[in-house]
Design a protein around this ligand. Structure first.
Ligand SMILES: *Cc1c(COP(=O)(O)O)cnc(C)c1O
Ligand code: SF4
Length: 350
């Protein structure tokens, strides 16, 4: 393309004359009728979508919408964002806090469950709402650290010399402005024992506009070793502007990893997971965790059994180098780390 090609939207407004990430964020789709209309889908799904969205709102940025195949109700990206009737089911064994995060709470917005690592719930906001979200019922309003609340979490980190790594999570930490992130990391820099900063983000991929020059400057200037853990479930998410955003993150020198949630009807096929690993590798990102779904209310229709998960890892291990096989993990309350269920070939199958 030579002329009439719009400037890439991931560039910040000041550089590209295009939308800022805040505008892109604000213009996300939140009306189920609009989502169905934009994807040339009929209204037969509308009533259920509206009922489920009343409980956990629909939210899809334009950039992600553009990666969904119109007219395909089974599209693996659409399945992650379209509210459906099955979410309203109440099932035994499902709850609002299946992994007992409340027990790991050290201060408002601070979870300290594993040695040397503390996780900060920086915000409850995400650019995209994943229907399977394990924190969809988390009490963010009480927990997310704004202003004075961060203060207490930071003081706890500063006072605990065992904490080497701080994980910015949420919600999505990149829903916060770069100025606020900068403020937060300046406060963290007061703790000499904190050497590493980890950022768990899906926004960087689903709202690639967020990876603008201010964000990149902040990352480059941080006085910590930085790891960015992306959250991508399907290779089709790595189309559109996502690869450019990932390349920009890579240019900061951050280590890039990915976590995936194993989801029925989205990525519970060996070929799909293998393609995802290969595509991530092409973009300089290594697969880290493949999560077995936590039993959160309204997500049972996404559940893939442990035995099937092990089979999938086995199939991946037969086709991929070891570093492209993620660890299949499950969160078990009270354990000292995530429990690895499989990480390669099953013993005794060769
Ligand atoms: C997953 C998680 C971590 C990070 O675990 P790693 O194995 O280091 O990736 C830290 N804290 C909490 C509360 C977590 O849920
Ligand atoms: S990005 Fe993460 S926290 Fe946000 S809705 Fe999706 S799964 Fe939940």
């Amino acid at each position: 393309m030579i002329t009439a090609t719009p400037l890439p939207r991931h560039l910040p407004a000041t550089e590209a004359g295009s939308r800022s990430w805040q505008q892109a964020y604000a213009e996300s789709i939140s009306d189920p009728a609009e989502l169905l209309r934009r994807l040339n889908l009929g209204t037969e799904w509308l009533a259920a979508a509206e009922a489920a969205a009343a409980r956990f709102a629909l939210r899809v940025p334009e950039s992600f919408l553009a990666r969904i195949q119109p007219g395909n109700i089974d599209d693996p990206l659409l399945r992650q964002v379209l509210p459906i009737g099955a979410e309203l089911a109440t099932l035994p064994g499902y709850s609002s806090d299946p992994i007992d995060e409340a027990a790991a709470r050290r201060a408002p917005g601070l979870l300290h469950k594993y040695a040397h690592r503390a996780l900060l719930i920086t915000t409850g906001a995400c650019a995209l709402h994943c229907r399977y979200c394990f924190r969809r019922e988390y009490p963010y309003a009480e927990e997310s650290g704004d202003g004075a609340r961060w203060q207490q979490a930071i003081e706890t980190i500063v006072a605990d010399a065992s904490i080497r790594e701080v994980i910015l999570s949420g919600g999505d930490p990149l829903s916060l402005s770069t100025a606020r992130l900068q403020h937060l990391t300046r406060m963290l820099a007061a703790a000499p024992h904190v050497r590493e900063l980890r950022i768990h983000t899906r926004n960087a991929v689903v709202l690639p506009e967020r990876v603008d020059s201010a964000l990149l400057e902040w990352l480059r200037a941080l006085p910590f070793r930085v790891t960015v853990v992306l959250h991508v479930n399907h290779a089709q998410e790595l189309t559109g502007e996502a690869p450019t955003a990932i390349a920009a993150l890579r240019s900061t020198g951050a280590l890039l990893l990915n976590q995936t949630v194993l989801l029925k009807g989205v990525n519970d096929a060996a070929a799909t997971l293998i393609e995802l690993s290969r595509r991530l590798h092409e973009l300089g990102v290594l697969p880290y965790y493949l999560h077995l779904q936590d039993r959160v209310n309204g997500t049972a229709h996404f559940e893939v059994g442990e035995a099937r998960g092990i089979e999938l890892i086995d199939a991946m291990a037969r086709q991929l180098p070891g570093f492209l096989v993620p660890r299949l993990v499950r969160e078990v309350p009270g354990e000292e780390a995530k429990v690895v269920v499989a990480a390669g070939l099953r013993r005794g199958t060769i």
